[in-house]
Design a protein around this ligand. Structure first.
Ligand code: FUB
Length: 311
């Protein structure tokens, strides 16, 4: 871990980061980028990988204690708006879990809702005690005030929220499979029984990201096809499916990075895939860095495979 931190510092001091578009954030580790467009800017809500303090967290695992949000108007110059939520401030969470995994955010009626998973103080309805909570703010930069309790009936990780053109909001999340349910107007409670989307039928899938384009709903997700995660997608004419598997968005990591959590967003008439890789930590894939590359659709609506731009 010390070696990895040195690699990061060396790269920063040598100025290499200044010249590179990818990775997007060069002064800290970031992962699981959920990109959103608010008020004409692009905002990215990532996880914040850290090396935990001595004797805390898990040396060989993911460690995250808080979230930052970053904004940009050109995807090259990013403003770090600082800490928007810390594990110690979440009433229902284990304050020493270091498990603030992949989040998402959305705007509704002038309020900003931040969805995040972490481990509960006491395990109840989530695998390994993971549940999903919501924080609310008046602006996309937060800080987000967490609710007293996590969302009832949701156990798992990787929340993703989508609001359809008719105003109906949906929450998707994962626990080995991908789940989805309608949200009530308050954005804080489920309005329907969770459905399971088994696309594909075999293998571990997580990290759902749903978006709509030209009346087609794209459910996109990382799938462990062999050893590492490959980004794939399925489509439907309904946000609750059924979804038909369509193909691969990004192949498995060429260097064996196990996870690849992503989001897809249109900004200034160009679609982008946000994803992560271990650019600054080549020997330990739990200290990751977020990236973005352009994404294109074919005339039939299928997604052209994205080749990651590695330096
Ligand atoms: O960052 C922790 C976990 O790794 C995320 O929740 C998963 O999607 C994977 O990226």
């Amino acid at each position: 871990l010390i070696f990895n931190t040195l690699v990061l510092n060396t790269l920063l001091l040598s100025g290499i980061s200044v010249l590179a578009q990818n990775p997007l954030i060069t002064d800290q580790f970031t992962a699981d980028p959920s990109a959103r467009v608010f008020n004409g800017k692009i905002y990215v809500y990532p996880s914040h990988d850290i090396v935990p303090p001595e004797g805390e967290g898990r040396a060989d695992w993911f460690n995250m204690e808080d979230y930052h949000v970053f904004s940009s108007e050109d995807l090259t110059n990013w403003t770090d708006h600082g800490v928007i939520l810390d594990q110690k401030d979440v009433p229902w969470a284990d304050p020493k879990a270091y498990s603030m995994w992949a989040p998402d955010a959305i705007e509704k009626d002038g309020k900003y809702y931040f969805y995040f998973p972490t481990r509960q103080k006491t395990a109840k309805d989530g695998e390994a005690g993971f549940s999903i909570g919501v924080g609310i703010a008046d602006q996309p930069e937060g800080p987000f005030v967490p609710q007293e309790r996590s969302i009832e009936g949701v156990g798992g990780i990787d929340p993703n929220v989508f609001i359809d053109a008719d105003g109906q909001a949906y929450l998707y999340w994962s626990r080995d499979k991908i789940y989805g349910a309608k949200l009530k107007d308050n954005m804080l409670e489920l309005a329907s029984e969770p459905m399971i989307f088994e696309v594909p039928k075999k293998g571990h899938i997580e990290g759902p990201w749903l978006f709509e384009r030209n009346g087609t709903y794209y459910l996109t997700y990382p799938h462990v096809a062999n050893n590492t995660e490959r980004l794939e997608y399925a489509t439907s004419d309904n946000p609750m499916g059924p979804f038909v598997h369509r193909g691969v968005i990004m192949d498995e990591s060429p260097t064996g990075v196990w996870t690849n959590h992503h989001s897809i967003v249109e900004y200034k008439d160009q679609w982008y895939l946000f994803y992560h890789h271990a650019d600054y930590s080549p020997d330990f894939d739990k200290l990751r860095s977020i990236r973005a590359d352009s994404l294109f659709f074919e005339p039939d609506g299928s997604i052209r495979k994205v080749e990651p731009t590695f330096r």
